[in-house]
Design a protein around this ligand. Structure first.
Ligand code: IMP
Ligand code: MG
Length: 177
């Protein structure tokens, strides 16, 4: 299987990620309401959300947790311009304060798409959080409110993030070299 044969190099160890997630939780708890709705963008966010909500619990937060499946990359390494909604909107968003959570902020098309969708659905205040940020790749003017690590234009995998559906299980974040 081609995807399994790529060379990888660790960018952030599991320990480094864990430390950063705790710090993000402190910043989030300082800003968003205690009962905010976490809306994770699948699939890349699943490990991050799992760790983040437990870190938020340690900060005294009690968020509700929902997911939305969106797709942009397909099987390749290049983001497509069209973001598609691949799941139903999970629950009524009317008046709800929402924290969007994604794995990577790249062109920012995905977060902007999700934010616009929330606004169309009548959500209350919307914040966004991305574990990784590639500022050099931005195509739309948008910055997530909370960012874990800023990285150069490299292709990363692990900690939920895939290349052709592989590597999501890795406990660390690596780049494909
Ligand atoms: P954006 O819409 O261009 O900001 O893309 C964001 C989405 O692209 C992320 O949620 C990821 O799923 C995917 N993506 C961007 N960069 C990478 C990468 O380096 N590895 C794997 N997926 C990526
Ligand atoms: Mg994604």
């Amino acid at each position: 299987m081609a995807a399994a044969e790529q060379q990888t190099e660790i960018l952030f160890s599991a320990e480094e990620v864990a430390t950063r997630v705790e710090q993000l939780a402190v910043a989030i708890a300082d800003t968003v309401p205690r009962d905010v709705m976490i809306l994770g963008l699948l699939k890349g966010c699943f490990v991050f959300v799992a760790d983040l909500v437990r870190a938020l619990d340690r900060q005294g937060m009690a968020p509700s947790i929902e997911f939305l499946q969106v797709s942009s990359y397909g099987a390749g390494k290049e983001s497509s311009r069209t973001i598609r909604l691949k799941s139903e909107i999970p629950t009524s968003l009317k008046g709800r304060d929402v924290l969007l959570v994604d794995d990577i902020q790249d062109t920012a098309r995905t977060l902007v798409f999700a934010r616009d969708l929330l606004q169309e659905q009548g959500a209350g205040k919307v914040w966004s959080c991305a574990l990784l940020d590639k500022p050099s790749r931005r195509q739309i003017e948008f910055e997530a409110d909370f960012v874990g690590f800023s990285i150069p234009d490299v292709f990363v995998v692990g900690y939920g993030i895939d290349y052709a559906e592989g590597y999501r299980h890795l406990p660390f974040i690596a780049k494909i070299v």
